[in-house]
Design a protein around this ligand. Sequence first.
Ligand code: HEC
Ligand code: HEC
Ligand code: HEC
Length: 94
Amino acid sequence: MHRLCLPLLLILVCTTPALANAGEEFITMQGKNGKVTFPHRKHQELNRGCRVCHSADQGVKIQNFGMAWAHKNCKGCHETLRRGPAQCSDCHKK
Ligand code: HEC
Ligand code: HEC
Ligand code: HEC
């Protein structure tokens, strides 16, 4: 029994695909209106999928990221769910 366990464990470990690049845990954006600290990992852990923000499950660079995107998507989701910051000064810290 024991002689079987180790090889089985090794097969399991070795065939598990390498973890995809999940990006930074926190992403800090420096804007004129004060910096925004975005808890990236926390949002991934909401388990709504990467595609809520990215165009692919691997999390490729977001096209046209900036104020318009952020206020529509970041603030938009917070308002829709009634969770997460929706006031200017809750996101932008001087
Ligand atoms: C949910 C978080 C959030 C809220 C709420 C929010 N913002 Fe933003 N805002 C951002 C993000 C993220 C960016 C994009 C920063 C970047 O492009 O690096 C941004 C960008 C901006 C910019 C452009 C900054 C620059 O230097 O390009 C301005 C100005 C701004 N916001 C003002 C406001 C005002 C005024 C409010 C309230 C009416 C507000 N924001 C509410 C997250 C937020
Ligand atoms: C709530 C929005 C949101 C979710 C959900 C999210 N991300 Fe991101 N992610 C961002 C933002 C914002 C950036 C920084 C801006 C950019 O990359 O254009 C970023 C950046 C990244 C980067 C760095 C991209 C680069 O080329 O610089 C990777 C990798 C990444 N995310 C992976 C993931 C993966 C994998 C998931 C799902 C498990 C995920 N993200 C879920 C918002 C999100
Ligand atoms: C799909 C919905 C969704 C999107 C898109 C989204 N958020 Fe959130 N965000 C949430 C939820 C839900 C919470 C509350 C999490 C909690 O309280 O555990 C939250 C919380 C936060 C918080 C507070 C974290 C804390 O520790 O209190 C910040 C800051 C934030 N979001 C910034 C952003 C920014 C910046 C973006 C865009 C780059 C963004 N969010 C996009 C759903 C979203």
